[in-house]
Design a protein around this ligand. Structure first.
Ligand code: NDP
Ligand code: PMR
Length: 389
């Protein structure tokens, strides 16, 4: 039985080969010479091994002498893996050989270049199209992922946009303010749909991770730099985040004035509240681990691309030498990879952070970012906005 399972991966292929695009949407691109090492049909066989071997071993998908301890390679979907933290985590996870990374990105070519540029090995990743600014695209992604026949063992909601200088809102395909639309609503729908796939996985530790941040937590110095995050009574969100032109507000708290920096910080509160609500609703029944994190200040990423040039120049040295909150992209990638796969970070409902020695610890969220009543309300409104209720 175990021997059979270890032979399966190299002989079966359920994903398209080089350049093959699934569906006319061209939404799926497998990497060159991709030898898919996973197959849904092998899962029932591997299940028996998982029970006796809770921890994955390197090179697990190839035949091993000690096949009793073999756990198949895990599959992790990372949104926004074409840059910054997502790319660094994709690289870190793929390098272990224990993970096949599905890079869920809005720009194929950029993602392909980024993976190559980062030195990720052919066959260790798959790029699939996902534009979080369109709920149709989110649904299409889930559909394409399922058609590809891969299991889902971990989902990382990482992608984000930050529009610090914007004084007028832009909107997603569905008409929601862009920062909250992409960072929260797109991920909310993705997470809800993919819970089903995580639930079917036989992997020893299944995880759903949503990026949070220090700047969404007003119990920190960084969270007190104006504009401060705050969702108020969520009236703007309940009104559909449509903006003035549609007799609404583009801000979650219903404010008349749009503030791009605040919209981002608000979206991070939503991310952290969503993780906790997922934990409350699903952890006990499914065993899935839900987690959020602040990976450190990765001051060099594309997140700050819309900031003024002077900020982009001074922010990295400011964080490196003054606040000492700076963390490199590579280090942040390792941190996120830990939250995906480290057995010691398997606790659910936790917001992880790292101290100066890069040791992880369970951090405290601000009062608002841990308010269960607000989380419930956010959940219910978000469900309506993404068409789940
Ligand atoms: P980057 O800008 O480098 O990466 C963001 C990623 O999101 C990119 O791959 C981008 O794609 C993708 N993305 C943006 N919009 C969409 C969309 N509509 N659909 C799909 N993907 C999209 O930023 P970071 O790596 O810094 O940020 C990653 C996460 O880390 C974010 O959630 C952020 O909030 C969080 N974080 C970052 C901190 C930091 O200091 N940088 C601190 C705390 C948290 P593309 O490449 O095509 O633009
Ligand atoms: Mg902040 C301990 C101090 C600390 C840390 C860890 C951060 C992280 N920042 C700190 C302090 C300060 N910042 C101080 C004292 C100032 C005033 C000079 C300051 C300013 C500042 C600005 C203008 N910081 C910023 C900005 C941004 O535009 C960034 C932002 O808010 O993005 C949403 C940002 C950040 N500071 C951080 C981190 C992690 C960010 C950006 C990323 C994020 O939350 O995703």
């Amino acid at each position: 039985m175990a021997l059979q399972a270890t032979l399966l991966p190299s002989t079966l292929s359920s994903v398209p080969k080089k350049g093959h695009l699934v569906k006319d949407t061209a939404a799926f691109l497998s990497v060159p010479h991709h030898k898919q090492r996973l197959h849904a049909a092998s899962l029932s066989v591997v299940r028996a091994q998982v029970a006796t071997a809770p921890v994955a071993t390197p090179g697990a998908s190839t035949a091993s002498k000690d096949s009793k301890k073999t756990v198949r390679q895990g599959v992790v979907v990372i949104t926004g893996a074409s840059s910054g933290l997502g790319l660094a985590a994709a690289k870190a996870l793929s390098e272990t050989g224990k993970w096949h990374v599905v890079m869920a990105c809005r720009d194929f070519l950029k993602a392909a270049k980024a993976a190559k540029g980062a030195g990720m090995a052919d066959g260790s990743y798959t790029i699939m199209h996902l534009d979080l600014a369109s709920l149709d695209s989110v649904r299409q992604f889930v559909d394409n992922f399922r058609r590809a026949g891969m299991p889902l063992d971990s989902l990382v909601c990482n992608a984000a946009i930050y529009r610090p200088t914007a004084r007028t809102p832009t909107f997603t395909a569905d008409g929601y303010e862009m920062s909250v639309g992409v960072n929260h609503l797109g991920h909310f729908l993705l997470a809800r749909l993919m819970l089903h796939d995580l639930g079917k996985s036989d992997y020893p530790s299944r995880r759903l991770i949503i990026l949070g941040s220090i700047t969404g937590n007003t119990n920190t110095l960084a969270g007190n730099i104006p504009p401060k995050a705050g969702l108020g009574d969520l009236r703007g969100l309940a009104g559909g985040l449509r903006g003035h032109n549609h007799n609404g507000s583009a801000m979650i708290d219903g404010s008349d004035t749009f503030d791009g920096a605040k919209a981002y910080k608000d979206s991070k509160i939503c991310n952290m509240l969503t993780m906790q609500e997922l934990h409350r609703r699903y952890h006990e029944d499914t065993g899935i681990t839900f987690a959020s994190l602040y990976p450190g200040c990765i001051a060099t990423t594309g997140l700050f691309r819309e900031h003024i040039p002077l900020f982009r120049l001074l922010f990295p040295p400011f964080q490196r030498f003054i606040t000492k909150g700076f963390v490199s992209e590579a280090e942040s990638g390792k941190r996120l990879a830990q939250v995906v796969s480290d057995p010691s970070l398997g606790k659910s409902g936790v917001y992880w952070s790292w101290n100066k020695d890069s040791a992880s610890f369970e951090n405290q969220l601000s009062q608002e970012a841990s308010d269960p009543e607000k989380a419930r309300k956010l959940w219910e409104i978000s469900e309506k906005l993404v068409g789940l209720a």
